[in-house]
Design a protein around this ligand. Structure first.
Ligand SMILES: Nc1ncnc2c1ncn2[C@@H]1O[C@H](COP(=O)(O)OP(=O)(O)OP(=O)(O)O)[C@@H](O)[C@H]1O
Length: 608
């Protein structure tokens, strides 16, 4: 106002002098200044897009200078370019070149640049067709750069972050500033520092304003505390792609040991749904076609990558679901009879491990490749309960006592009713529950636990195959996840890759299984025949290579600490059940003793 009045007064005064007022812009002085700033700003703003031109310019200058001063250096330049290209191809992933295409591109650019520079150093940049090669090569190699999706995303994010001070001002978070940012496939996340006195709660309340200021779609922004839980920091998660929009290809195993949590697939905010299976049992539920088998495939892909896990599996749908993993599965039962034996053996393992731990004053079995965890995957648990109801006692034992000894049950079923789960305690023992879509609301409580439906766990509302809700000690709020999808080819390739690295059971567990089998096989023999005849030993006049006499010789020649069963198997060339049958018969006749687990020798009067 003041200024306007002054100007009007000044104009009147000028008119009084007979002069017309006018605004003077001195083009000569201001324009170069302004233009330089504008150009510099544009160069800086579009530095990523202009990078190929910067490189061409640098090459032209570098080639000229090197040719003039060090023309003999060309072999070194060429050698350095080749070595760098090789290193980028081999180790580029450590520099953030995650895909093979990116590494190949980086290596190609390095070789091309190195070759051109070497030629320009030796012959000068105007020799042959070097200028044309520079222009054409630059253009061809710039196209993938300009088109690269992740680079463009990063540039977009850089620009949004550069504008953060204005955004912060507009949404009422003035003074907050960006500390770091990363771009990923779903969008980007940034760590921000708050101004003095600002809180995470204020930021959360401003999420709609932030979404509007950033120009994203609604629901694209999440705000989390940072890992170090500082009150004056927060993490801003911005999704540019809905992680659940399409099926998500499995990126490969996320673990190498069962002591690490397995990544099942992303939640809606693109954070990984990770769950630990060590010392836990898992229940997977959902109607047919909801993606249960897909979920099991993700687990199998990860478990088969763990060298400290032995996998046993029961698939009474004639092995339809789990057979593709057969090469990674130590034992696969596809009939009720096989399932019965498998579960009985699992209980034997569990008891032997418990006894072994007790003998050493230890409480828990820590899985290692030599002493692996045992994970028993049961697909369609309801069929097991129907076809082999007598196994319920065994699954119950495993569910109640398996944790300390690292024997884990993973059971999948469409509807875990009390009937389908048998009468036992299996369902109530499940620590991890994963629910794909269910048909009826009341099924939510069946799978996830009593009262879950009422507290917002709406598994009946999941709207695409593979989507799930998960409860586990580390997941106590209802968040929708989507399991990764493994194609048949991925399953076959993964099973092939891991088949040769699978561990076997440890000695304690193996012996327990062998003894359980020997006990089974022994019954008819020991009740129907006298021990000595049954063992068929002591007939020294039989042929030298008779396995019976070889066995007896080995037992009488055994050291005080006994001979391991494995040696007896090798020495006689007979099967373990055969060996155990003979040993039990001899033991009944007091001719041999079991010195320790899996080690036997003849008793005093027979030993040499
Ligand atoms: N994670 C996933 N993402 C996208 N699509 C999926 C996913 N999992 C499964 N699907 C799709 O849903 C179909 C059914 O999946 P799946 O066989 O795993 O269901 P299911 O619950 O095991 O059914 P059933 O009990 O009949 O075996 C699959 O053929 C696949 O096309």
């Amino acid at each position: 106002m003041n200024r306007g009045r002054k100007m009007r007064r000044h104009a009147r005064k000028m008119r009084g002098y007979g002069l017309q007022p006018m605004v003077v812009i001195n083009h000569d002085e201001r324009l170069p200044d302004l233009a330089a700033v504008v150009i510099a700003r544009a160069l800086w703003r579009y530095r990523s897009e202009l990078a190929p031109l910067h490189i061409l310019g640098t090459l032209a200058i570098g080639g000229t200078v090197l040719h003039a001063t060090r023309p003999g250096w060309w072999p070194y330049i060429l050698g350095a370019a080749m070595a760098t290209a090789w290193a980028l191809g081999a180790f580029g992933d450590r520099l953030g070149l995650t895909s093979r295409g990116e590494r190949l591109y980086a290596a190609t650019v390095t070789v091309t640049v190195g070759t051109w520079l070497a030629a320009a150093t030796a012959y000068g940049i105007t020799a042959w067709h070097l200028p044309h090669a520079l222009a054409l090569g630059g253009l061809v190699l710039a196209v993938p750069w300009w088109a690269h999706r992740r680079r463009r995303a990063r540039v977009r994010v850089d620009r949004q972050l550069a504008a953060w001070p204005e955004i912060a001002q507009a949404v009422g978070l003035a003074g907050s500033r960006v500390q770091s940012a990363v771009v990923d496939v779903w969008g980007w996340r940034a760590r921000l520092a708050l101004a003095r006195g600002q809180t995470l709660a204020e930021v959360t309340a401003k999420i709609p304003a932030i979404e509007s200021a950033l120009g994203t779609h609604r629901g694209a922004v999440r705000v989390h505390p940072t890992r170090d839980d500082r009150a004056d920091r927060f993490e801003l998660r911005v999704l540019t792609t809905d992680p659940h929009a399409d099926a998500i290809a499995w990126p490969g195993p996320s673990v190498e040991t069962i002591a690490e949590p397995i990544d099942l697939g992303p939640f809606e905010d693109a954070t990984a749904a990770r769950v630990l299976l060590l010392r836990r049992h898992a229940l997977i539920g959902g109607i047919a076609g909801s993606g249960k088998s897909g979920g099991i495939n993700v687990l199998m892909g990860n478990l088969s990558a763990c060298r400290d896990v032995v996998i046993w599996a029961i698939d009474l749908k004639r092995g339809m679901e789990l057979r593709p993993w057969a090469r990674c599965i130590d034992r696969l039962a596809t009939t009720p009879d096989q399932a019965r034996v498998l579960l009985r053996d699992a209980v034997a393992v569990l008891e032997a491990r418990a006894a072994w731990l007790a003998g050493r004053g230890r409480r828990t079995w820590e899985p290692t490749p030599d002493m692996p965890a045992l994970v028993i995957v049961i697909d369609e648990y309801a069929e097991l309960a129907d076809d082999a109801p007598e196994t319920i006692g065994d699954t119950d034992s495993i569910a109640r006592r398996g944790r300390a000894v690292a024997v884990t049950l993973v059971a999948a079923t469409q509807r875990p009713t009390q009937k389908a789960m048998g009468k036992g305690a299996v369902r109530s023992q499940m620590d991890v529950r994963m629910s794909f879509r269910v048909r009826e609301r009341r099924d939510v409580d069946l799978i996830l636990g009593q009262g879950m439906l009422a507290t917002g766990w709406h598994a009946h509302a999941l709207n695409a195959p593979g989507k799930f809700l998960i409860t586990a000690p580390e997941h106590d709020t209802p968040r929708r996840g989507r399991a990764y999808l493994l194609t048949d080819a991925t399953v076959a390739e993964t099973a092939d890759r891991h088949a040769n690295n699978r561990p076997g059971l440890d000695l304690v567990s193996r012996t327990a299984v062998e003894e359980a089998h020997a006990g089974l096989h022994l019954q008819p023999v020991s009740t129907r025949t006298a021990p000595k005849e049954a063992a068929g030993v002591g007939t020294r006049d039989e042929a030298e290579d008779d396995p019976e006499s070889t066995l007896w010789d080995m037992l009488t020649g055994a050291p005080v600490e006994g001979t391991p069963v494995a040696h007896l198997v090798n020495g006689t060339g007979m099967s373990r059940p055969w060996i155990y049958q003979r040993l039990r018969a001899l033991a009944d006749a007091d001719r041999v003793i079991q010195v320790s687990r899996g080690r036997w020798r003849a008793t005093g009067e027979h030993s040499q």
